[in-house]
Design a protein around this ligand. Structure first.
Ligand code: MN
Length: 255
């Protein structure tokens, strides 16, 4: 099995190393193609106005000065030659990608790009709590990652679907099992803008995440992580809302 490993945290991220180790449990035929610098939050963006600089770090390890989506395209269309990957693994992201995070995540976008290219793709993210991203317990992802991937592949990934896996913020020994979930929704205002001032008193701004209290919906990715379960969510590339489509079709039929 040929596996392409990528992420959005960049080529030096500890989670990328963890994911490469997980990938090697399945195959020796592993390529790593990851962004040169942190691309968290870039979603599914393509570099269309800048060239893609490529740096070969070691055999089968490449850094691309671009986005996660650029990396997947470079990997599949250029670096892997004539043999396409059988599996794309994206992550392991420093931090959860649940609920609205899915829309912003470069980690998930890389898996989406894989699915668009017809490759089975799984995004993996590791939640962290108050200790911060410098003190993430990677043992949860490294312990449960291989069996999660194995069981997903055994069950199958249909065309047009990718899988979003989130590991809870705890040690592997404290994991309470697996939950097959749906994408949740936070009921608090997510983004805010914070004003600061530079050395000349000129204001500048940071986008900040509000992490207010909210009730996780039943069966959601958020609820699973709160219960210390590994959350597994199948996501569709097709974003069509069928119920509204049918309602609009009826509404426009009489016009
Ligand atoms: Mn990230």
């Amino acid at each position: 099995m040929r596996i392409l490993v990528t992420n959005d945290d960049g080529i030096h991220a500890p989670g990328l190393k963890a994911l490469e180790t997980i990938a090697r449990r399945f195959s020796d035929d592993v390529f790593v193609v990851a962004p040169e610098i942190d691309q968290s939050g870039v979603s599914h963006s393509l570099s269309l106005n800048n060239p893609l600089r490529l740096r070969e770090i070691s055999p089968r390890h490449f850094a691309v000065h671009g986005t996660p989506t650029d990396c997947v395209i470079m990997g599949v269309r250029r670096l892997l030659g004539d043999t396409a990957p059988d599996l794309i693994l994206s992550g392991v992201n420093s931090g959860q990608n649940v609920a609205e995070d899915v829309v912003y995540s470069g980690t998930i976008a890389a898996a989406m790009e894989g699915a668009l290219l017809g490759v089975k793709s799984i995004a993996l993210s590791q939640a962290y709590g108050g200790a911060g991203r410098e003190r993430i317990n990677w043992d949860c992802a490294t312990t449960f990652g291989p069996q999660v991937i194995e069981r997903i592949l055994a069950a199958g990934i249909p065309e047009g679907v990718l899988v979003n896996v989130n590991f809870p913020s705890c040690h592997a020994a404290d994991v309470a099992g697996f939950a097959i979930t749906r994408q949740g929704r936070r009921d608090s205002e997510l983004m805010r803008v914070e004003e600061r001032h530079d050395g000349r008193a000129i204001p500048y701004y940071w986008l900040m995440f509000n992490r207010g209290r909210f009730e996780p919906g039943a069966g959601t990715d958020i609820e699973a992580l709160a219960a210390k379960k590994v959350s597994i969510t199948p996501l569709r590339l097709d974003l069509t809302d069928e119920a509204t489509q049918a309602r609009y079709a009826a509404a426009f039929a009489s016009a």
